[in-house]
Design a protein around this ligand. Structure first.
Ligand code: ZN
Length: 293
C-alpha cells in the first residue's frame, strides 16, 4: 500500500531493454526517473510461475532498496465465468501469479475477471465471486496472505467489470484490492470522464461503498484511450489530442481526497508518460497549496 501517490509503468520500458537492463535493474532505473511503482507483467502466464523464484526475489530486494512498490498484472488467460474446466484452469493461473507475486513482494495481482458469454449477467457475476473465494482459500492454504487479488474495471461491454461489479467483488471477497482502470471506464461508457466532477463521482461512490481507506488506497491504471460502441479499442499517449480522459482532472480529485493511489501508466510511452503524470500531480498540489495560503 502506498504512503503517497506513486507512479510507474506497466512493464519494463523499451528503453531499459535497449540499455541492456536486466529485471533487477528496473527499480533503480525507475528511481532515477523519480518513479516509485512498477507493474510486472505476467500477462501470458499459464498454470505455473514462469520465472525462477530467485529472479523474483532479487527483483523484490532491489525494489525495496529503491523504494519502488511492486504490483503484478496477472495472466490474461483468466475467465472466472466460463465452462467449468476454464474456471478451474483460471483459478490455477491466478494462484501461479499470486505465488510469484509473493516471492517478489508484489502487493496485488491485477486481473480481468471474465466474459459474460451466453450467461445471464448476474449469474455470470455469481460464478466469478464463487471462483474468487475458492482462489483466495487456496492462496491462504499455501500461506499467501500478503498478496491481494485486484479485479479491474474493464473496457469492453461484454467483459465482467463495470464499476458496480468490481465494487461488489471487493465487498464480498476477502483479500481483494480495488483496481480502477480509468481509461477502461471511459471507453466502456463512451467517454464518461469529461469534467472533474465525473472523476469525483467515482471517488465518492468508492468511498460510500468501501470506505475512506479504500478510496485513498486505490490501485489505478491510466492511459488515453480510443473506443467504439463496444468499448475499448486502443491506448494512446498523453500528448495525443482528440482522446480522453485528461489526467489533470483525475489529479485534482487525487489531491482533493488526499488519495495515495498507485498510478500505473499504460500508454505506449510507459515511463515517459508516468513521469509526466507525476509532474502534473505535483503541480496541482503546489497550486492548491498556494491558493490555500
Ligand atoms: Zn488489465
Amino acid at each position: 500500500m502506498a504512503d503517497h501517490p506513486r507512479f510507474g509503468p506497466a512493464g519494463v520500458p523499451p528503453l531499459f531493454r535497449v540499455l541492456g537492463a536486466r529485471l533487477p535493474d528496473v527499480p533503480r532505473l525507475l528511481r532515477e526517473e523519480n518513479l516509485d511503482a512498477f507493474e510486472y507483467q505476467a500477462v501470458r502466464w499459464g498454470q505455473k510461475p514462469q520465472m525462477k523464484r530467485e529472479d523474483a526475489e532479487s527483483l523484490g530486494a532491489e525494489a525495496r532498496k529503491n523504494d519502488v512498490l511492486i504490483s503484478m498484472h496477472g495472466s490474461y488467460y483468466v475467465n472466472l465465468c466460463g465452462k467449468e474446466e476454464v474456471v478451474e484452469a483460471s483459478k490455477k493461473r491466478l494462484v501461479a501469479c499470486a505465488t510469484a507475486a509473493n516471492w517478489m513482494g508484489a502487493y496485488v495481482v491485477v486481473f480481468h475477471t471474465g466474459f459474460y458469454g451466453r450467461l445471464e449477467k448476474s449469474y455470470a457475476f455469481r460464478t466469478c465471486v464463487n471462483a474468487l473465494k475458492d482462489t483466495v482459500a487456496t492462496m491462504n492454504s499455501l500461506g499467501i496472505r500478503n498478496v491481494k487479488l485486484g479485479p479491474e474495471t474493464m473496457g469492453k461491454v461484454f467483459q465482467v467489470g463495470s464499476l458496480d461489479e468490481i465494487l461488489m467483488i471487493c465487498e464480498e471477497v476477502e483479500q481483494t484490492q480495488l483496481v480502477i482502470d480509468w481509461s477502461h471506464m471511459h471507453a466502456r461508457h463512451q467517454g464518461r470522464f469529461r469534467k472533474v466532477e465525473d472523476f469525483r463521482a467515482v471517488a465518492e461512490e468508492v468511498e460510500r461503498r468501501l470506505g475512506t481507506e479504500a478510496v485513498r488506497n486505490m490501485h489505478c491504471h491510466f492511459s488515453k484511450i480510443e473506443y467504439t460502441a463496444n468499448g475499448e479499442r486502443r491506448h494512446h499517449i498523453l500528448d495525443e489530442p482528440g482522446y480522453g480522459p485528461e489526467f489533470e482532472m483525475l489529479a485534482e480529485v487525487i489531491a482533493e481526497f488526499k488519495m495515495r493511489p498507485v498510478i500505473i501508466c499504460e500508454t505506449p510511452l510507459l515511463d515517459v508518460d508516468a513521469v509526466k503524470m507525476r509532474g502534473t500531480y505535483l503541480k496541482i498540489v503546489e497550486s492548491q497549496r498556494a491558493s490555500a495560503s
